[in-house]
Design a protein around this ligand. Structure first.
Ligand code: WT7
Length: 692
């Protein structure tokens, strides 16, 4: 009850965890009148006693060392990995200040290693060859497979040998367009083994998006499969790749080889369209290659992968991560944020097509020798109990997912959860967008039986790994807060002028100093890297997110402050959707904003001005939405098209999105100052058409 509410003081003055409350569920302290930041969920002492970081005091001790002596802190951790040759001196070097010249980050430069070796060979050498690396669960009930670390290494080596054989060399790009088959992490690891730079494109992207990425990074080979079943639907991936490759060729990028995994549960080989000379069946060739393959030793600063993500212009950004720092950072964040122990079975529901699947399906867990569940299907197929069925089947102990899934399952009722045991669960995780306190509580109370701490991990494609995250068992939690910075991370909250705010505050979330997992550039466009991330607030990395720090030092992420929308944890640039819309022959102009959405977090709301004389119709609405699906992917389809005879613009022609956001969320009495509009009448026109 409210009477026992305990307040933490500012982070640096907390010495010991609150001691009186005995269960984590605990008593979600605070009452309806208290503000949400006063609600504390106290860790169970038995949990804390076994945790890597068992108290705020322990956290602070480690955190302080990581800030005072980053070189020493990270060297000690890095020494636990295999290095062919140790890194030189200094351990890291950085310039994060645009006023002082080129932005530059290096960690462990001169160190020679290989991340695939550390994921596989090193774990096998440590005696874990027969441990399950992957439990693969197919779309259909009863369809599954496993790979031990030994078997995984064999598969990776065969593919690595094949790639070398067709001429893929260190530094060459390889595009991977695969669903969640075991071949996806296998492909990533095979590239890493030979020093090739993988660029995984989420298999929900359209052929046009795929082609755009292929033209940008010019791979020698594309790895894909013929088709996949997701829920009741069959998706013909190979057709999408065919279209993308034809498109890329027209734009000057010819890909020589399309290695295609025959996923015959979705589509027989015979029914797959084929381009002789270019297309190769994966299973036909791979078995001919040896199951061992020498490692290509690379510098810590050699590139590991590219991953395209959305920004505030129409052109996706190729986020580039290098090898050594990323390796050390993903492994360490995984271990601490999930309190990982070798007996855990870990399941992250993210697709390897996003950064979460890179850092926390493949690299982070495998560097720790973890057993990972890889799920091909959809979480609501055959019904919305599927996740808990999988949790019970594999005795999953760490379950990491996105708030959007939590909210959608919450709507289906508790019984679909409680009919399963879930007693193997010990830790829950959340990522992708802020988790609202009511979803947090449902996740905690119903899914986790009030027993499992929730790690609400804040990070980005650019950051490589977690920057702000709870450490289970260390801190009392506050539902909806990502809590405190990870070791080595110095978040700062600044005002519009870039002044650092202290204590209780709210503003733009930046980071001071580098951390090993930080991205090093945008592929082929270092200037855009500098202007997008380091110029808004000189001296800092700017995340694009808003954040509030409460009186106890807890961080509360408040969402993007730039032109990026977060739909079901997927990042979509408003400019990308707008440029897809205006490519429609009947669309003259479009402006896209995010609106609150009960399940997806944010929905896509598009204001569309039609070409003179074209009448509004439902068919046209559908065709506009189709255009976006076709150009970007189904996940970017607008939820709402709002006909706009005109858009609110300033006299200099700038669209006033602030007003559009208010109209989209129907906060019509909060339109604010409209006196700078070139044509004030457009606002009334828009309001009149709001529900048509
Ligand atoms: C953006 C990054 C990083 C993994 C998945 C998304 C939002 C991510 C959280 C969280 C509040 C979050 C931010 C961020 N975000 N995690 N725990 N709490 N917001 O990666 O596509 O690079 O998107 O996702 O807005 O900037 P991404």
């Amino acid at each position: 009850g409210a009477g026992s509410s305990r307040r933490l003081r500012h982070v640096s003055s907390v010495a010991a965890p609150p001691s009186k409350v005995s269960r984590l569920n605990a008593v979600v302290l605070g009452d309806a009148l208290a503000s949400k930041e006063d609600d504390l969920v106290i860790p169970n002492p038995d949990f804390s006693a076994q945790a890597h970081v068992h108290s705020p005091g322990k956290y602070l001790e480690m955190y302080e060392r990581s800030i005072e002596d980053p070189a020493g802190f990270w060297s000690d951790i890095a020494s636990q990995f295999y290095w062919k040759q140790k890194w030189g001196s200094p351990v890291y070097s950085e310039n994060l200040d645009v006023r002082k010249g080129r932005i530059d980050i290096e960690w462990f430069k001169g160190g020679i290693t290989n991340i695939c070796y550390n994921c596989l060979d090193a774990n096998i050498a440590a005696g874990n060859g027969d441990k399950i690396a992957i439990y693969w669960e197919g779309n259909e009930l009863g369809v599954d497979a496993t790979l031990t670390y030994n078997q995984l290494l064999h598969n990776v080596c065969q593919l690595a040998n094949y790639l070398k054989d067709i001429g893929v060399r260190k530094g060459d790009a390889v595009v991977i367009y695969l669903p969640m088959l075991m071949e996806l992490p296998i492909a990533m690891l095979a590239c890493a083994r030979i020093g090739a730079v993988h660029s995984v494109v989420f298999a929900g992207f359209s052929s046009e998006s795929l082609s755009q990425r292929i033209v940008d990074c010019k791979p020698k080979v594309v790895l894909t499969c013929n088709a996949v079943k997701r829920g009741p639907k069959v998706i013909h991936l190979k057709d999408i790749v065919d279209a993308a490759l034809a498109d890329s060729a027209k734009n000057g990028t010819v890909v020589d080889v399309c290695l295609t995994y025959a996923n015959e549960s979705a589509l027989e080989k015979e029914s797959t369209k084929w381009v002789e000379g270019r297309d190769i069946w994966w299973q036909d060739v791979l078995s001919k290659y040896p199951t061992s393959c020498d490692v290509e030793w690379v510098d810590a600063e050699d590139p590991l992968f590219l991953l395209y993500t959305s920004g505030s212009t129409g052109k996706p950004k190729g986020v580039l991560h290098t090898t050594g720092g990323y390796m050390v950072y993903t492994a360490t964040t995984f271990k601490y944020a999930f309190d990982y122990k070798p007996s855990d079975v870990y399941w992250c529901t993210a697709d390897c097509g996003w950064i979460t699947g890179h850092s926390y399906v493949t690299y982070g867990p495998m560097l720790n020798g973890a057993t990972v569940v890889v799920f091909e299907g959809a979480p609501n197929y055959p019904d919305s109990g599927r996740c808990w069925d999988i949790v019970d089947k594999y005795k999953v102990s760490i379950f990491y997912t996105a708030p959007t899934l939590v909210r959608s399952l919450m709507r289906e009722g508790d019984e679909l959860v409680t009919r399963y045991s879930r007693k193997s669960l010990r830790i829950l995780g959340s990522v992708g967008e802020p988790i609202n306190p009511s979803a947090w509580r449902w996740f905690f109370n119903v899914v986790g039986d009030s027993r499992c701490p929730i790690s609400d991990t804040w990070w980005q494609t650019e950051t490589g790994g977690f920057l702000i995250t709870p450490l289970p068992g260390a801190w009392p939690q506050k539902p909806g807060s990502a809590t405190f910075p990870f070791f080595g991370v110095q978040p700062v909250i600044v005002d519009e002028k870039g002044a650092e705010l202290e204590g209780e505050c709210s503003g733009y979330l930046c980071v001071k100093g580098s951390w090993p997992g930080a991205f090093r550039t945008l592929y082929g466009d270092h200037e855009r890297y500098e202007t997008t991330y380091f110029s808004a607030f000189p001296g800092y990395y700017f995340s694009g997110d808003g954040c509030r720090r409460d009186k106890d030092g807890y961080h509360w992420l408040t969402g993007r402050v730039d032109d990026v929308i977060n739909v079901s944890g997927h990042r979509i640039g408003t400019a990308e959707v707008e440029s897809a819309l205006v490519s429609h022959p009947q669309c003259a102009e479009a402006a896209v904003v995010g609106v609150e959405h009960e399940v997806k977090g944010q929905g896509i709301y598009a204001f569309v001005t039609l070409v003179e004389g074209v009448p509004y119709s439902d068919d046209l609405r559908k065709s506009l939405i189709m255009t976006v699906r076709k150009q970007i992917g189904a996940f970017a389809a607008p939820d709402r098209i709002h006909w706009a005879p005109g858009l609110p613009k300033t006299r200099s022609g700038k669209i006033m999105r602030r007003i559009l956001r208010k109209i989209a969320s129907r906060q019509l009495d909060e339109l604010g100052d409209t006196s700078t509009l070139a044509e004030p009448g457009v606002v009334d026109q828009l309001i009149a058409l709001a529900d048509s």
